[in-house]
Design a protein around this ligand. Structure first.
Ligand code: SF4
Length: 369
C-alpha cells in the first residue's frame, strides 16, 4: 500500500512504533493535558480518526528552533506522529516545494480550508518601516500573518518570539518586532512560548483540539494552563535544597556537583511558569536545571530583557524556609522581582551606552548591604 494512503496505525507500524508504545504515548499525552488515565483510549481514538486538521506553519524572525523542536521530538517519534496526525500543508523549513509552488500550495490550502485550518506561527513579526525587515515572496511578514489568520480556526504562536517578540524584540528592538497576539484580532490565539517550545506541549494542544473541538483553559498570557499553570520552581528536583538554604555558590563547586539549588547562580525558576521539570526534553531524559544550568525564564513575556543577566541572582529574599509554600515564596519574589525589574527596565533602556554594568553593580551592592 502506498504510504500516502495508509492510516495512522499502518504508518506507525512502518516507523517501528508498536501498539504498546503508541498507547504509552497516548497515556503520556493524557497526563500532559492533566486528563485522567481513563482518557488514554479517547486520545488514541482521536489520533487514529481520519480527521487531520490542515496546518499552515509560517516562519518569520526566528532561528528555526521550533521547527527543530518539532523534528527532533521523539516520544515515541512524536514528530512523525504530529506530521501524520496533522496535514502540514505549508511549512517553509519542511516542505519539498519552493518559490511559487510553495506559495501556491499555501494559497490553495487556505482557500479550500477557510475557517478550518490551524495556523502555527514561529518567529516574531517586525512592524517598523511598514514591515520591510522580513519579507517573503514579495510581501511583508505582517501582511502574510494577517491574511493567513483571517481564515484560520485558531492561531498557535510557538516559541517566545512568536508569543511575545522574544530575542528580536529585546532592547533596542531595531525592527519593531511583535508577537502574534499583538497583531491578530478576531481569531483565538494560543501562546506556546519557550526557547524553543516543547513539541510535546504542541502535540497535547492539538490532541485536545481533536478530542474536544475547543481550546484548553488559558492563563492571562494566553498560554495553556496544562503547560504553564505551575512555576518551574514548584516541581524542581532541587527544590528541597532551596528550602533548606543549600545553594550552589560557584560553578563546579561541591554544591553544584551535589545538585544543590541554582538560585544564587541566577536561576529564574521561581518566576517562570512552565512544565519543563515534569515534561522535560530529549524524550523526557533531562531539562536545563537537571543538567546543572539555571532556568533563564524563556517562557515569560519580556524575555530576555527582564531575565538577564542570566548568571546574576535576583536580590536576596529573606524568610524562605522549609515551611514556605511555593505560593508564598512566589508572592515574595513577585514583590522583589517587581522592584528589580523596575530598576532593570531602566537598565535595559541604557544598555549599550556603557553605563549598564555600573548601574547593576550599584544595585546589587545596595541590596547586599
Ligand atoms: S531556584 Fe531554580 S534550581 Fe532552585 S529550586 Fe527553584 S527552580 Fe530549582
Amino acid at each position: 500500500m502506498e504510504v500516502l494512503f495508509m492510516g495512522l496505525r499502518e504508518k506507525l507500524e512502518l516507523l517501528g512504533v508498536s501498539r504498546r508504545d503508541f498507547l504509552k504515548f497516548c497515556t503520556a499525552v493524557s497526563a500532559t493535558l492533566a486528563l485522567p488515565p481513563a482518557m488514554a483510549p479517547k486520545v488514541a481514538e482521536a489520533l487514529e480518526d481520519d480527521n487531520r486538521p490542515p496546518v499552515i506553519w509560517l516562519e518569520f524572525q526566528s532561528c528555526s528552533g521550533d521547527s527543530e523542536s518539532l523534528l527532533r521530538s521523539g516520544r515515541p517519534k512524536a514528530g512523525d506522529l504530529v506530521l501524520d496526525v496533522i496535514s502540514l500543508d505549508y511549512a517553509e523549513v519542511l516542505m519539498a516545494a519552493a518559490g511559487h509552488y510553495a506559495e501556491q500550495a499555501k494559497h490553495d490550502s487556505m482557500e479550500k480550508n477557510k475557517g478550518k485550518y490551524v495556523l502555527i506561527v514561529e518567529g516574531s513579526i517586525p512592524v517598523d518601516e511598514d514591515g520591510i525587515y522580513c519579507c517573503i515572496a514579495g510581501d511583508t511578514a505582517v501582511n502574510h500573518l494577517k491574511k493567513a489568520a483571517a481564515g484560520a480556526a485558531m492561531v498557535i504562536a510557538v516559541g517566545n518570539c512568536a508569543s511575545f517578540g522574544g530575542i528580536p524584540a529585546a532592547y533596542p528592538n531595531p525592527t519593531g518586532a511583535k508577537g502574534v497576539a499583538d497583531l491578530v484580532r478576531g481569531v483565538p490565539v494560543v501562546n506556546l512560548p519557550g526557547c524553543p517550545m516543547n513539541c510535546d506541549n504542541l502535540t497535547a494542544l492539538i490532541v485536545h483540539y481533536l478530542i474536544f473541538g475547543t481550546l484548553p483553559a488559558l492563563d492571562n498570557q494566553l498560554r495553556p494552563k496544562f503547560a504553564h499553570g505551575k512555576r518551574i520552581h514548584d516541581n524542581c528536583e532541587r527544590r528541597g535544597h532551596f528550602d533548606a538554604g543549600q545553594y550552589v555558590e560557584k560553578w563546579g563547586d561541591e554544591a553544584h556537583r551535589q545538585g544543590w539549588c541554582l538560585y544564587k547562580m541566577g536561576c529564574k525558576g521561581p518566576q517562570t511558569w512552565h512544565n519543563c521539570p515534569t515534561l522535560r526534553w530529549n524524550d523526557g531524559l533531562s531539562w536545563p536545571v537537571m543538567a546543572g544550568h539555571g532556568c533563564v525564564g524563556c517562557s515569560e513575556p519580556g524575555f530576555i530583557d527582564t531575565m538577564s543577566p542570566f548568571y546574576r541572582r535576583l536580590p536576596e529574599v529573606p524568610g524562605f524556609g522549609v515551611e514556605s509554600s511555593a505560593t508564598s515564596i512566589g508572592l515574595k519574589l513577585v514583590g522583589v522581582a517587581t522592584a528589580f525589574f523596575a530598576v532593570h527596565g531602566v537598565v535595559s533602556v541604557i544598555r549599550n551606552r556603557g553605563a549598564v554594568k555600573k548601574v547593576e553593580e550599584e544595585y546589587y551592592e545596595k541590596e547586599e548591604k
